[in-house]
Every structure is written in structure tokens, then in C-alpha cells.
Design a protein around this ligand. Sequence first.
Ligand SMILES: Cc1ncc(COP(=O)(O)OP(=O)(O)O)c(N)n1
Ligand SMILES: Cc1nc(C(=O)O)sc1CCOP(=O)(O)O
Ligand SMILES: [Mg+2]
Length: 202
Amino acid sequence: MIDYLHTYFIMGSQNCKKDPVETLRRAIRGGITAFQFREKGEGSLTGAEKVKLGHRLREECREHGIPFFVNDDIELVSEWKADGVHIGQEDTEIEKVRDRFPDLIIGLSVSTPEELEQSRYELADYLGVGPVFKTSSKEDAKDVIGIEGLRAIQNRAGLPVVAIGGIHEGNVQKVRETGAGISVISAIASNEDPVSGVQRLL
Ligand SMILES: Cc1ncc(COP(=O)(O)OP(=O)(O)O)c(N)n1
Ligand SMILES: Cc1nc(C(=O)O)sc1CCOP(=O)(O)O
Ligand SMILES: [Mg+2]
């Protein structure tokens, strides 16, 4: 595993109980190792408001040495001087992203061994694999793959993997045992106290 994948927090304002900048600040205090800005879905910001919030979250990450990832939108990579981007199977093709940003950290979503084989996954730096468990944070989530599904992709890919989907303090140990990193939205963003939300995952 790459260090930054250990405890990877994903969030947009639509996920937060409190102010998003304060939520990220607390998550950083708790010990997250990477952050992805995913402003997406019902209640999310768009346009100038999204760009402005992205700048504030990016600044928070920079101050604390936390890698900042953009979800989906490669047009905002340069605007925010992001460290990386995370793309899925339905987003901009990885070939195009790698051509345009040779030095960017690129994460690619993979849900099944078949998807893996059909992807140019060797162009990615890491794979986001899931949903490992049932999630309510992504409307169009694919079928749950479980720990076995996670291991099947890990064994084939030979790339660092971060697991995603429904990970919380009650099941995190099973995921940690696979050697994958963990990425979460609700276990931190929906926690009344994001500091302890992170610490319970560590
Ligand atoms: C670390 C990580 N893994 C997987 C995803 C999901 O990406 P995608 O399939 O493109 O879905 P959206 O997040 O864009 O709805 C992710 N964002 N991060
Ligand atoms: C953004 C995302 N991608 C997934 C995938 O399976 O690719 S599951 C998911 C949502 C993760 O949120 P939570 O930690 O609240 O379940
Ligand atoms: Mg996507």
C-alpha cells in the first residue's frame, strides 16, 4: 500500500453535518492520509461556489501536507493545483487523463475482475475497489463485492488498492487485514465528531 491510501477521506458539502472546511480540518486532526473533494449528488454546490469551496479545502490540505484529489472533473485539476484525480469507468478515459497530466497521481475505480481486464489500469497509480459493503453515499453504486471481491481484484492487479463502500468502525478490521487502504465518506463526514470518526478507523 502507498502511505497516503491508509485512511483516505472523501467528501463534498452535501455529506457534511457541519461546515465542510471545519469537517476537513477535524478529519485532518484525526489522522487522515489523503482527501478527495467529491462535490456531487443531491444538495451539492456547482459553478463558482464549488470552485471557491475547492480552493478552501485545497488550502487546508496544503497547510497540513495532505494529498488533495479531485473527483471526476479534470478541468479543475489545474485550477486547484491538485495532487491527483480519481476517475471511474464512466468518467474521462484514463489514457486521456494520463496524456494530459503525466505526473499527476491517478486513481481508477474498479468493481470486478472483468472491469479490471477491460481497463488500461496500468496507467493508474492506485485502484479504488468497491463497493465492498452496502453504501448509502453513492446513488449509482454497483453491486456489493465483499472482502472476497476485493481480494480477487487485489490479486490480479498488482497495483496499490484502496477499498471503498460502507466501511465503518465495525468492519474496518476485515478490510485492513487484506492490506488495502480504506476510503470513506459517511464514517467521518456524518460523525458528530469527525476527529473521533477517523480515530475509530485507525
Ligand atoms: C477512492 C475512490 N474509489 C472509488 C471512487 C468511485 O469513483 P466513481 O466510480 O467514478 O464514482 P463517483 O465517486 O465519481 O461517483 C471514488 N470516488 N474514490
Ligand atoms: C464514492 C463511492 N464510490 C464507491 C464505489 O464502489 O466505487 S462507494 C462510494 C461511497 C462511499 O461512501 P461511504 O463510505 O459513506 O459508504
Ligand atoms: Mg467518477
